[in-house]
Design a binder for this molecule. Structure first.
Ligand code: UT7
Length: 326
């Protein structure tokens, strides 16, 4: 019988991100919508966003972010056993975007599937991959968040279309039996379908008569976000016997600077310890946490050994956290 390698922890060993070339400023949106740079900046912190060109898709951007994460990890696609892709904007109903990415990377081994948890998708995918690694089923995984929300926007609806951007982020996870305290310490996932109508997409292939546009009751989602993310953060630390003072970096989902500041304030974390990309990327849904992580690891802010707390909330409602020692 083949003996399984039982990992104690999943380490984050590679980081990658991809943003499409086209940058759209608030002022450019204000040329064709009744909005202003001032409204968008003061309500959300967003100044610009990247939007896809005709040839970019969740699979193409996810594959590029994955290549960069593999390069960082000094691994190749042949080393990967599974690909987990968080996306609400897949290229097709099937095959899964994860399988398209496998093909783009030249992988014939292993398996891949998509995870639908909207803006919390990366946390859900990270948790899934971690469970596969610690159960001994796989050793190395790619965890990717990739989104093209520009294709599900109602570009006439100023209350939503100014908030989102496109992009992809990826990490490579690798099982380790080293007893030190690095790696994913815990993940906590939640969903509550009774709040499903606060943030949703009207349509899918099963409902061809619907518009397929994102709809949001922004004020209600905002209210849920601050409360639920604060308790997700408490839960993560309590379970590990850690306190706010132990957190080196908060890497939050990038929906709105006011929500991020609310959670950081609760943690008593100074703004220099919070990774912010919402100003330049807007809300890239499942891609926002891995894009922020990639940026802060590559520019040297997040260092090996740092305790990083990630959190996200999105349509579902779904929400959760991941506590990781890099
Ligand atoms: O990633 C998934 C999770 N999503 C979130 O976390 C988003 C959570 N929600 C939010 O971030 C905020 O609720 C928004 C940024 C979406 C909106 O901010 P708000 O302070 O809650 O504004 P509001 O929706 O209450 O709208 C205030 C006013 C309204 O006008 P009236 O009714 O007061 O006359 C809107 O019509 O602002 C108006 N408005 C705009 N004005 C200029 C809405 N969108 C715009 C716009 N430009 N783009």
């Amino acid at each position: 019988m083949k003996e399984r390698f039982m990992a104690k922890r999943s380490l984050l060993v590679g980081f990658g991100g991809f943003l499409p070339d086209r940058v759209v400023s608030n002022a450019e949106l204000a040329e064709r919508l009744e909005t202003s740079d001032e409204w968008i900046r003061t309500r959300t912190g967003i100044t610009r966003r990247h939007l896809v060109g005709p040839n970019d898709t969740a699979a193409s951007m996810g594959a590029e972010a994955a290549r960069r994460a593999l390069e960082y990890a000094k691994l190749t696609a042949e080393d990967i056993d599974a690909v987990f892709v968080a996306t609400a904007t897949p290229d097709q109903a099937f095959p899964a975007t994860a399988v398209r990415i496998q093909a783009a990377l030249g992988m014939k081994q292993g398996f891949g599937f998509d995870i639908a948890a909207a803006c919390s998708g990366f946390i859900f995918a990270l948790s899934t991959a971690d469970a596969f690694i610690r159960s001994g089923q796989i050793r190395n995984a790619l965890v990717i968040g990739s989104e093209v929300y520009s294709r599900i926007m109602d570009w006439e609806d100023r209350a939503t279309c100014v908030l989102f951007g496109d992009g992809a982020g990826a990490v490579v996870l690798s099982g380790s039996d080293n007893p030190d305290d690095r790696g994913i310490l815990s993940t906590h996932l939640h969903s509550d379908g009774t709040a499903g109508d606060l943030l949703y997409v009207d349509g899918a292939v099963g409902q061809p008569d619907k518009s397929g546009h994102l709809k949001m009751s922004g004020r209600d989602v905002f209210r849920h976000a601050v409360g639920k993310l604060s308790s997700a953060v408490d839960e993560a630390l309590e379970d590990e016997g850690l306190s706010y003072a132990d957190v080196d970096w908060l890497v939050p989902h990038q929906a709105n600077i006011r929500i991020i500041e609310g959670v950081a304030k609760k943690l008593n974390l100074p703004s220099e310890r919070v990774v912010i990309t919402v100003d330049r990327h807007a809300n890239t849904s499942a891609a926002s946490v891995p894009l922020a992580l990639d940026e802060a690891v590559r520019d040297g802010r997040i260092q090996k050994g740092d305790l990083v707390l990630m959190e996200a909330l999105g349509g579902g409602l779904t929400w959760g956290s991941a506590l990781v020692r890099i």
